[in-house]
Design a protein around this ligand. Structure first.
Ligand code: TRP
Length: 327
């Protein structure tokens, strides 16, 4: 079985955009590949080094959501990056051979530097983000990396670093990985923009039923539709955008038609969406509750995943050390 690897940063609570966009895809891949999935807690430090206290909480939330959304520890390996020290060792070796120019050119680096103004991210660690990510991937000799389109430049650097390493040290230890771009639905946030924790417009997997209900019922719809009797345009409503991800085709047709003819009100339309959201969230909440009530279980699963990951990583490092042939 080919190996797949991917990671998520614990930089916020997981929301339904992350669930539909990435996690669902991870769950389906575990049936066909030898999958390694991890929480990239060191990566979260690159932008959040001043306040690491929250990273642990977000890490726990991610692990709980990995498991409650269907990742099966019998089928895939789940671990936490900072527990596998070999990533750091490979990272330092790769940092020696990575030209600065490659890092300075990465679009996410330039964008984030523009975007983040409340913290100083002119750090060595932040510039080196893609080198650490390369170490994460190369240490498992992963063939495929399921990621969003924004991560493709990082994968390109990973391939270049692997090639350079193998060339310099006349080695075949490192495997050039390929991105695995899944077709994933774009999940709109409560305000019509892309769902994102930084816009404060998300529905989180750990929101309560009441919170989800309240968030949806207070969403803006077509602002031109003032009275219940006014016809509306579903395309102007973020509620309808969510229907596109969570409702059946028939339901979408029904609410769109009802909106255009004023046969239904916004509240009716939202009720249909809520029913479908709950159908997705309830099984997740249920599993999450089970796991939370049994803290030893999460710990055991994690320890087993960490041990499996450590074994694979240390095998690669043995070969890497041999290649460099140092004292
Ligand atoms: N950079 C990725 C993101 O922000 C997270 C990540 C870290 C990652 N290491 C990885 C993804 C290795 C895939 C493989 O989404």
């Amino acid at each position: 079985m080919d190996r797949v690897l991917s990671g998520m940063q614990p930089s916020g609570y997981l929301h339904i955009g992350n669930l539909m966009g990435a996690l669902k895809n991870w769950v389906s891949l575990q049936e066909r590949y030898d999958c390694y999935y991890f929480v990239a807690d060191w990566h979260a430090l690159t932008t959040n080094y001043a306040d690491p206290s929250i990273i642990k909480e977000y890490t726990r939330d991610l692990l709980l959501n990995f498991l409650s959304s269907g990742l099966d520890p019998e089928k895939c390996t789940i671990f936490v990056q900072s527990q596998i020290l070999e990533h750091a060792e490979l990272h330092i070796l790769l940092s020696m051979i990575t030209p600065l120019g490659w890092l300075e050119r990465v679009p996410t680096y330039k964008e984030k530097k523009e975007e983040i103004k409340d913290r100083d991210i002119g750090t060595y660690g932040f510039l080196g983000y893609p080198v650490l990510q390369s170490a994460d991937i190369l240490i498992y000799r992963a063939r495929y990396v399921p990621v969003g389109i924004d991560q493709v430049p990082h994968l390109e650097i990973t391939r270049e670093i692997a090639r350079r390493f193998n060339f310099l040290y006349k080695s075949e230890v490192l495997v050039e990985p390929e991105p695995l771009l899944a077709e994933c639905p774009k999940v709109t946030g409560l305000d019509g923009r892309k769902m994102s924790k930084s816009y404060d417009n998300a529905i989180y997997l750990n929101d309560s039923r009441e919170t989800v209900e309240q968030k949806v019922l207070t969403m803006v719809t077509d602002t031109q539709r003032v009275r219940r009797t006014d016809p509306g345009d579903p395309e102007k409503s973020p509620v309808f955008q969510l229907h596109k991800v969570f409702s059946t085709e028939d339901e979408q047709k029904e609410v769109a038609e009802g909106c255009r003819t004023a046969a239904i009100g916004c509240r009716d339309c939202k009720k249909v969406l809520l029913k479908n959201l709950f159908a997705v969230l309830e099984p997740i909440w249920e599993k999450r509750r089970e796991l939370s009530e049994n803290p030893g279980l999460l710990q055991d699963i994690l320890e087993e995943g960490n041990a499996r990951a450590r074994k694979a990583a240390s095998e690669t490092m043995k070969a890497v050390r041999k290649t460099l042939d140092m004292y």
